[in-house]
Design a protein around this ligand. Sequence first.
Ligand code: HEC
Ligand code: HEC
Length: 174
Amino acid sequence: MKSRILSRCLVTALVLLSLVNSASQAVAAEPADPHKLFEQRCAACHDPHAGIFVRDSQERRKDAVVGRKSGRELRAFLVEGHGRLAPLEVDVMVQHLTSILAADGLFRDRCLICHGRAVELARGKLIIRQGRLVGRYTGRDVESFLKTHGRIDDTQAETLLRVLARQSSSYPAE
Ligand code: HEC
Ligand code: HEC
């Protein structure tokens, strides 16, 4: 008798456990915030800034992001289990790291010749005031300024605004 009650308890416990488990899987299936994801799952072993990590260690070759030295393809490496990401999280991470490199490429092609590296422009001349990126000494609103400066379209301007804001020293850690 006792053992039957015990086993019923056990069954109930197992059912509860599997419910909790599937609930947490449902949460994991939400598209993750790439910055948080990097911070929580990668930063302990790599640079805390995804941008610094990816610029230091990865580069774009054709359509893929690969290790600068290893030549190892990022997506394949993560799919194989490095960093223990769920499949959807792999997509989020690859997209995030790829877009950082793509934005860098854009800056290099269109802006570097006059401004040097993005980080120099961002740290040296720009600052975030009241949530807007502005010229530290000119007070210029960068978003409006880029509409007529640097010969880029709106999407590119948006991308570069984000790149510069992230690299300005007043931005919270990536
Ligand atoms: C427990 C520590 C640890 C965690 C957590 C971790 N890594 Fe790594 N990672 C390493 C080590 C160590 C290496 C270098 C060894 C190697 O190349 O196999 C590496 C290598 C890599 C490489 C290959 C670099 C190259 O040039 O080939 C990439 C890309 C990478 N990690 C991305 C990530 C991402 C993205 C995350 C988070 C989802 C992550 N790592 C989480 C320890 C970790
Ligand atoms: C041909 C040279 C040239 C190119 C190319 C160029 N810039 Fe500029 N940029 C300048 C000059 C010169 C100024 C300063 C203008 C002024 O103060 O009136 C400036 C100013 C700026 C400022 C405002 C800085 C401040 O202190 O107010 C930003 C932001 C900026 N550029 C971003 C960019 C971006 C992003 C690109 C690439 C899409 C780019 N620039 C391409 C020459 C260039």
